[in-house]
Write a protein that binds this ligand. Structure first.
Ligand SMILES: Cc1cc2nc3c(=O)[nH]c(=O)nc-3n(C[C@H](O)[C@H](O)[C@H](O)COP(=O)(O)O)c2cc1C
Length: 207
């Protein structure tokens, strides 16, 4: 095994071990480390070089202001939701060590379809989650109907037609050795050998 392939498999091992978690504490990535992690997002495939990624970083005292914005959005959208449910959704924005909004800077009338622009943002978010994990941090991608609230988005710097793909909760995992059970790749791939030859074990009934 060459030196290069040895180090490559170490990185791949780390990617295969990554899992999402919201059991997060400090410290959070800061300074150059944060810049490097978010720069990984800007390495995502990007048809037409539209650069749709926008990262809104929220930490420290700004978390309380964000929580209030989330609460206001939920009040506008679902005023009849029980108070306990509202507080459950909002409380996480107060307690997570860091939150990163996944802004989508979109070009609706561009020849590159909107769906491809969304996918580039999603690919960037995955790179950020992987980079966090590789640097010893952790996170989870969350969303909710409030991510569609126009006033909320405007307060995050996302004017129409820009949107929000959700948030990453970010911090240091409380249980770094937690192992998540994963599906088996053999159920999710097919070697194509001509029309009609591809089928997936994941789609067959398992009796
Ligand atoms: C666009 C998007 C939105 C998501 N929103 C939520 C959410 O609101 N709440 C939640 O518990 N998980 C949500 N998830 C799932 C988690 O981010 C995560 O994928 C899941 O917990 C499985 O963890 P894993 O990444 O270790 O497989 C979302 C995932 C995506 C891609």
């Amino acid at each position: 095994m060459t030196a290069h392939s040895a180090s490559t498999s170490l990185v791949l091992d780390a990617l295969l071990k990554r899992s999402s978690t919201d059991a997060l504490v400090g410290p959070v990535p800061q300074g150059d480390v944060l810049y490097r992690i978010l720069s990984a997002g800007l390495r995502a495939p990007d048809h037409g070089k539209l650069r749709p990624w926008r990262y809104v970083v929220i930490s420290g005292e700004a978390r309380e202001a964000l929580a209030q914005e989330v609460h206001a959005a939920i009040e506008r959208q679902e005023p009849d939701l029980p108070a306990a449910k509202k507080e459950k959704r909002v409380g996480r924005f107060r307690s997570m060590p860091m939150i990163i909004g996944l802004g989508m800077h979109l070009h609706p009338d561009h020849k590159i379809p909107l769906e491809e622009q969304h996918m580039s943002v999603a690919a960037g978010a995955m790179n950020v989650l992987n980079a966090l994990s590789l640097e010893g941090f952790g996170g989870v991608w969350v969303s909710g109907p409030f991510c569609e609230d126009r006033e909320f988005l405007q307060h995050l710097g996302l004017e129409t037609p820009h949107r929000l793909a959700g948030f990453l909760f970010v911090g240091t995992p409380q249980h770094p050795d937690h192992v998540t059970r994963r599906p088996d790749i053999e159920d999710y791939m097919a070697i194509w050998q001509g029309a009609g030859s591809a089928s997936f074990a994941a789609d067959r009934s398992k009796n």
